[in-house]
Each structure stands twice: as structure tokens, then as C-alpha cells.
Design a protein around this ligand. Structure first.
Ligand code: ZN
Length: 342
């Protein structure tokens, strides 16, 4: 599984430009589903089986990124952020700009500490003061690399193994969910009902892609596979419940929704029967694709099972592969017994 996660992390895709990861997921799902299509906004919809219940599982294919806004006379690039960035951590970072002639490595530069005024050191740098240096000296030279306004930019970096079964990389939110979605479709060989696996677009822009796909599919149940905050040493006790390596997280409440009670019952009973330990998230920040279920059509029963992840929305997200495995086992089992609940 870690090999496939590495490929997913390293497939350059940000919100609005999900083509690379979508192609990879399509390739992985082929042979494990009966049909695959891409809808008008780019959501990947794979289907298996026929009849009731109609179950949709989803994972978002996009991650945070940047976009070329303006090319300066000195060749440097002014950029716009795409998705919910912590802008304090933008400086001194390696990025990749995807122009028409292929990827170009760049850095978000920052004034050396020797030249900073006393006050500079105390204040976060506004993104408007930052530029990307791709090593060119003029706008013409940057343009000759195939770079133009509107091109997308990703974090530079690959998936790395840490101690135990922990991994770190950018975009684990929600490459981890994409991996789980693929593995669940591989593990559920036969399903008495219709199972849809949807890779959604533009989740980080405000849960955009999922709305049309959920409306179109009109499932009886919708379950998102996403990531959620996990405890790290910067947090105060009680700030976050979930910890790495302690199992799938049941999203009881987020900033805009509650888990549907029938889904909660389904998750809890299945986990108990399989002996899988669960964690619970009750928070007022963040949302995922399932958060718009209750306001889609006449209301669709929806909820999310998340993988605990440290340092969300940074290029050094950390997850534990043991949690990923447990999410796959739990969700596969839930699907197999869905007929008892819906
Ligand atoms: Zn996410």
C-alpha cells in the first residue's frame, strides 16, 4: 500500500488540476469495477454492482497548491494560493511550476536573516511580498520555460518513511483517502447493491466537486474517506482527541455537519464485530465532502471515517500506515454488511 501512496503523493495535482492523480486512480481501479467515467467537472466515478442499497464512498483528489499570478520583469513569479493555506509557512520552500514545457523547480525566497530589521523577525510575511524564483533573470526567460499566468504550482517533495509505520509528505490530505478508496474497491469483490467510488475535485476550494456527483448519483448512503487532525506536541491537552496509530476516526461533528445517526450505528457495530478500535472527532473546525450530504437533494445520509494525520495543510503531514490499513478493513467490512443497515 505504501508504494501506491508514494505514487499518489508524487502525482502533481492541486485543486482544479486533478488530471494526474485521476489518471493514476483510473489505472488502479480498472479491472476492479464494472465502469469508470469522468463527469463534466472532473470527478472520477467508478461503479460496481446493481440495485439497492446504493452506496457512495468518496475521497478528494485535490490538495493545496499555488498558481502563477504575474511574471515580474526580473523573471520572478508572483503567485496566488489555492486552498486553505497557513500563509506563515510559505517562505523558504521548494515548489514545482507546471508550465507547458514540463515541470520547473522553483523556491519561495526570503530575505536573509542578516538583512532583516528587528521588526521583520517578529511579523509573519504577507504572501504579496513573496515571489517564486525559478532561476531566471527576466520575464522573457521565465516565459521561455513555458510558464504563463494560470499555471499550477505544487509543493516539491516525495513521500518518506519515518519511525515505525509512519510516513510523511505533502498532500496526505487526501492522498491517504484516495489510497483507501482504491484498496476498498479491490477488497470488496462482490456487492449486493450499487457501490460508487468517487474521486472528487476541488474539495479544498469549498467542497465543490462532491456536490454535483452526489446529486447525480443520489445514493442512499454517502461516506467520505478523509484525514483529520491528530495530536502532536504543539497542542494543548483536550484540543484534539485523535492520535496516530490508534485507529480510524469517526467524524461525529465538524464545522458544518454531524454524522448521520444510522451511519454512526453502522460504523460502531461493524468496528466492534471486527475488533477495530475507533477514535472520535468532535470539532468546530474543518469539513469534508460528506459535510454537504444533509443539504443535497432532499437530504442524503452522510458521514466520514477519517485517518488521523499530524500537521494538516502543511508539506510535512504525518500519517501512520497502520491507521490506513484499519480504515480499509473497516470500510470494506461496512460495505459488505451494508444491506443489514440500509
Ligand atoms: Zn481533506
Amino acid at each position: 500500500m505504501e508504494k501506491l501512496l508514494k505514487k499518489l503523493v508524487e502525482a502533481p495535482s492541486i485543486s482544479g488540476f486533478e488530471d494526474n492523480i485521476r489518471d493514476l486512480m483510473k489505472k488502479e481501479l480498472k479491472g476492479h469495477v464494472s465502469s469508470i467515467k469522468v463527469d463534466k467537472v472532473g470527478n472520477l466515478i467508478a461503479q460496481k454492482g446493481k440495485g439497492s442499497p446504493r452506496i457512495m464512498i468518496s475521497a478528494h483528489m485535490d490538495e493545496l497548491g499555488l498558481m502563477v499570478k504575474f511574471i515580474d520583469k526580473d523573471g520572478s513569479i508572483k503567485f496566488e494560493t489555492v486552498g486553505g493555506w497557513d500563509e506563515r509557512i510559505l517562505p523558504a520552500r521548494k515548489v514545482v511550476v507546471y508550465g507547458s514545457k514540463g515541470p520547473v523547480t522553483g523556491v519561495i525566497g526570503t530575505k536573509p536573516v542578516h538583512l532583516q530589521e528587528k521588526d521583520d523577525k517578529k511579523r509573519p510575511i504577507d504572501k504579496k511580498e513573496l515571489s517564486i524564483d525559478v532561476g531566471t533573470d527576466s520575464d522573457k526567460e521565465t516565459e521561455r520555460l513555458g510558464i504563463q499566468v494560470g499555471d499550477f504550482i505544487t509543493n516539491h517533495g516525495e513521500l518518506s518513511r519515518m519511525a515505525g509505520s509512519k510516513v510523511t509528505g505533502h498532500g496526505l490530505d487526501d492522498r491517504v483517502g484516495c489510497l483507501e478508496l482504491i484498496e476498498v474497491m479491490k477488497s470488496v469483490k462482490k456487492f449486493k447493491g450499487t457501490l460508487y467510488a468517487v474521486g472528487t475535485v476541488q474539495e479544498e476550494m469549498g467542497l465543490i466537486g462532491v456536490r454535483g456527483s452526489m446529486y447525480g448519483i443520489n445514493p442512499d448512503v454517502m461516506l467520505s474517506l478523509d484525514t483529520t487532525y491528530a495530536k502532536s506536541s504543539e497542542m494543548k491537552p483536550g484540543e484534539v482527541n485523535a492520535e496516530l496509530g490508534k485507529g480510524p476516526v469517526v467524524e461525529i461533528k465538524d464545522a458544518m455537519s454531524f454524522m448521520n445517526p444510522r451511519i454512526k450505528n453502522w460504523v460502531l457495530k461493524t468496528a466492534k464485530a471486527k475488533g477495530i478500535k475507533l477514535q472520535y472527532d468532535v470539532s468546530s473546525g474543518g469539513a469534508q465532502d460528506s459535510s454537504v450530504g444533509a443539504i443535497t437533494r432532499e437530504g442524503i445520509a452522510s458521514g466520514a471515517v477519517s485517518t488521523p494525520t499530524r500537521y494538516l495543510h502543511t508539506p510535512v503531514e504525518v500519517a501512520d500506515m497502520s491507521d490506513v490499513k484499519n480504515v480499509v478493513v473497516l470500510v470494506s467490512e461496512m460495505i459488505k454488511n451494508a444491506g443489514k443497515y440500509f
